[in-house]
Design a protein around this ligand. Structure first.
Ligand code: FRU
Length: 326
């Protein structure tokens, strides 16, 4: 019967090589552990769009019951997901978007709002006057496109703030070092850097430091993870002026998948909230996070115990049976 069958959730992750996405996956696993009747098949495309298209095709061929995808780039990933959707596979788009309306559900925060929030905050910090540099996410991803649109959208309302340049934040290769160094040396009056993620923001900081400019330049990042050298820590230590917390949506994606599989109601648009973190609220964010992490550890401990107890009672059953036949 349908109650007893194992559901198969396929997950195509654009890349698993950074802490934000590892956090997303941990959030997914935790949510999955509440439901043992699920097989979770994850494929990591390692930041390669062609590979991701192949892997999505493999998941389609494996007849997954639902497909969760974080599209590496919006445009090239669109056709394969339209195809899956048209074949009747429920498609959940997570974090980055495609260019199509053909999906079952979307889970994520607005990347336009991320950029807009950063732009508005930059204007406030600089009192309406100054030059800024932006460093991008993965080019061609909806995160990059929408964060930039949002940033420009805010700056358009504040004509005293000028975007001098948008550099490519190819964080694997950190290729923007010479460009940023050149800009900071040759263009006067650059006062702020908006880096589209905290990893890039930290790299930008080290470049500023090499030039002796780290005290005067303000840096805004995105992601706001907890942990050493992550966004919250960097804001607390004054390395970043601010970061925009961008939630991973891992657990909401699994909850949505389960609702779809069990034919329960779900939302087509699951808009997650972003939060600006700066010196005014970083302590409370840190404390809250520590509390959540402690609670999560507690849940994991309990789940482990339940499994252990099940194992013990199964063993005991065997022993009793063994005794009874002798
Ligand atoms: C991680 C990441 C995050 C960012 C997100 C956007 O791979 O680059 O830093 O917020 O992807 O899709």
């Amino acid at each position: 019967t349908s109650e007893n069958r194992t559901y198969r959730i396929g997950f195509s992750q654009c890349t698993g090589a950074d802490s934000w996405r590892r956090t997303m996956q941990e959030n997914m696993y935790r949510e999955l552990s509440f439901d043992p009747k699920v097989a979770f098949i994850m494929k990591d495309a390692n930041g390669n769009t062609a590979r991701q298209i192949e892997q999505i095709q493999q998941l389609i061929d494996q007849h997954v019951d639902v497909l969760i995808v974080t599209p590496n780039e919006a445009k090239p990933i669109t056709p394969i997901l339209e195809k899956a959707y048209q074949q009747g596979i429920p498609v959940i788009i997570l974090d980055r978007r495609t260019n199509s309306e053909q999906y079952t559900s979307y889970v994520g925060a607005s990347n336009y709002d991320v950029g807009y929030t950063a732009g508005t905050y930059a204007n406030n910090l600089l009192n309406g006057q100054g030059n800024v540099v932006e460093i991008s996410e993965r080019p061609g991803s909806s995160a990059d496109i929408d964060r930039h649109r949002g940033f420009i959208g805010a700056l358009n309302r504040h004509p005293g703030i000028h975007l001098v340049s948008k550099l490519t934040g190819n964080w694997d290769k950190q290729s923007f070092e010479s460009q940023l160094t050149g800009l900071l040396k040759n263009r006067p009056g650059i006062q702020l850097i908006f880096a589209q993620n905290d990893r890039t923001a930290l790299k930008a900081y080290t470049i500023c430091k090499k030039l002796g400019r780290e005290k005067t330049l303000k840096i805004i990042g995105v992601d706001g993870l907890s942990g050493a050298n992550e966004g919250i820590d960097l804001v607390e230590r004054g390395i970043l002026t601010a970061t925009v917390l961008y939630p991973t949506g891992g657990e909401e994606a699994i909850q949505t998948a389960m609702a779809i599989l069990q034919k329960q109601p779900f939302k087509r648009e699951n808009q997650l909230q972003i939060t600006l973190i700066d010196s005014s609220n970083v302590r409370i964010m840190k404390l809250q996070n520590e509390k959540v992490i402690a609670q999560q550890k507690d849940i994991e401990r309990r789940q482990k115990k339940i499994v252990e107890q099940q194992a013990i009672s199964e063993n005991q059953a065997t022993i009793i049976y063994a005794v009874s036949i002798t």
